[in-house]
Write a protein that binds this ligand. Structure first.
Ligand SMILES: [Zn+2]
Length: 75
């Protein structure tokens, strides 16, 4: 008798992802609560307000993204 336990894979908790600004690539993106506009996110570096920031699970993916986009955070 073979039971497939594929669901278990989806239940594994990953490390928290971090949010990245779609405009400048900064990781200093925080929830921004506006009246009647729903939840959004604002970048502390370029003030860009976005509905859905990019999310990465680990620094490797993030660095690869920076390379792809040509972003070069200076800090
Ligand atoms: Zn930004």
């Amino acid at each position: 008798m073979h039971l497939k336990n594929e669901n278990e894979v989806g239940l594994v908790m990953k490390t928290p992802s971090f949010r990245v600004c779609v405009n400048c690539g900064s990781i200093r993106v925080y929830p921004y609560m506006g009246f009647m506009v729903g939840q959004r996110y604002q970048c502390q570096d370029c003030d860009e307000i976005m509905v859905i920031p990019l999310e990465f699970d680990n620094n490797e993916d993030y660095q690869a993204f920076l390379d792809d986009m040509g972003f070069k955070p200076n800090e």
